[in-house]
Design a protein around this ligand. Structure first.
Ligand code: NAD
Ligand code: DAU
Length: 354
């Protein structure tokens, strides 16, 4: 089986490339990635060392670049793909508030270009990796989003993801194109770009910088370890039904402020920094505009099919903190000049001296 992974140099994509090459000895992977600020070949050093040119092929390029994408699907550039897993996207909500242009270009137009080329040259299965954010926000307490719920996205990021979900649905209904849409909750684990809550808080705590909690910190997210997400996607290659949508969640919810407190407790015990010192870094700052209060998924459809999460947040959070402590070089390398500019622009007026 030849799998085209788009966005394979990002957080979830790189974990997936490694996962599927290990899990399926008969599989080869073509990774198409534009290498934006969020994509780093550093995330795949071991993969490239073990398998490049044999079972792993990297192509630097844009999913919205039609001539290149057609060459890939026709088999001119690399082995012709049987299965596509589309991770490539602009993925950070805060950046979509600053400028939504690349979100529309990549998340919507890029997905359309991929769907067209996959249809033209034939593909057995196209998995479109979407997000729980397309459903919008839930009140605190009970209630979970089901696959058939309406899409009510609130950020330019989630609106662009919702648009691409609907394109996938339309290609199935109109053309009978074999596409599955997955909607996963918040991922955590190794190689997550340090603009996202968990790595940002770990690194700021280690560096003695303020820990910027938006609003009152009571917003709730549901968390999944990235390898459980990868396992779900791999499972759906064999067991998913084209035309269907699958929520991927764990039921493990946490308010942001509780997550930050858990993280600093782990940082304190792993690094020896005094806990009180880290707690004093917590800074409640101006809220994210349009900030969704709560996400929670009903994942019964996938659970009934036979997938289940393999580990709990409790078990894996400490291990994740420890990974960032042990991989400070990686953290320093990926936080380029571009990232520092973004940090200043977004947090500058939120944090004095942040
Ligand atoms: P990420 O930002 O870490 O990685 C995105 C990758 O896509 C990067 O390698 C980047 O270089 C690449 N990319 C961006 N634009 C591209 C383009 N035009 N052409 C080719 N490559 C391009 O994102 P992530 O957190 O790994 O998320 C991956 C996917 O999973 C996204 O589609 C996201 O919407 C979805 N998702 C993420 C989460 C989460 O918690 N991180 C949860 C649910 C769904
Ligand atoms: O739910 C899935 C989504 O999870 C994915 O689709 C997105 O690609 C991914 O980025 C993530 O979106 P969130 O907005 O939930 O993740 P983020 O890590 O940016 O923020 C998590 C929560 O923490 C959110 O309520 C905002 C809050 N937050 C975040 C940052 C970066 C803070 O309070 N302070 C911060 O500095």
């Amino acid at each position: 089986m030849i799998v085209l992974v788009t966005g394979g140099a990002g957080f979830i994509g790189s974990n997936f490339v490694r996962f599927i090459l290990e899990a399926r000895p008969d599989c080869r992977v073509v990774n198409l990635d534009k290498l934006t600020y969020a994509g780093n070949l550093d995330n795949l050093r071991d993969v490239s060392h073990r398998w490049e040119g044999d079972r792993y092929f990297f192509i630097k390029g844009d999913i919205a670049h039609r001539p290149l994408v057609r060459e890939i699907f026709s088999g001119e550039k690399a082995p012709k793909p049987d299965v596509v897993v589309n991770f490539a996207a602009e993925s950070h909500v805060d950046r979509s508030i600053i400028d939504s242009t690349p979100f529309v270009e990549t998340n919507i137009k890029g997905t359309q270009v991929l769907l067209d080329a996959a249809r033209e040259f034939g593909t057995e299965l196209f998995i479109h990796v979407s997000t729980d954010e397309v459903y919008g926000s839930l009140p605190l307490g009970d209630g979970r989003f089901k696959e058939e719920d309406p899409l009510l996205p609130n950020s330019p990021y989630s609106a662009a993801k919702a648009a691409s979900d609907l394109l996938c649905r339309a290609y199935y209904r109109t053309h009978g194109f074999p596409v599955i849409v997955t909607r996963c909750c918040n991922n955590y684990g190794p190689y997550q770009f340090p603009e996202k809550l968990i790595p940002l808080m770990i690194l700021n705590a280690l560096e003695g910088k303020p820990l910027p909690v938006y609003g009152d910190g009571k917003n709730v997210r549901e968390w999944i370890h990235v390898l459980d997400h990868c396992r779900a996607l791999d499972f759906l290659i064999d067991h998913g039904e084209p035309g269907e949508i699958y929520n991927i969640g764990t039921g493990e919810e946490k308010a942001n402020i509780d997550m930050v407190r858990d993280l600093i407790a782990h940082v304190a015990s792993l690094s020896g920094k005094p806990l009180e010192e880290l707690e004093s870094l917590i800074a409640f700052v101006k809220d994210r505009p349009g900030h969704d209060l709560r996400y929670a998924l009903n994942s019964d459809k996938l659970l009934k099919l036979g997938w289940s999460p393999g580990c709990s947040l409790e078990e894996r959070l400490r291990e994740t903190v420890s990974w960032y402590l042990e991989n400070r070089d990686w953290c320093d390398r990926v936080r380029s000049g571009e990232y520092r500019e973004y940090y200043e622009k977004w947090y500058g007026d939120r944090l004095e001296g942040g």
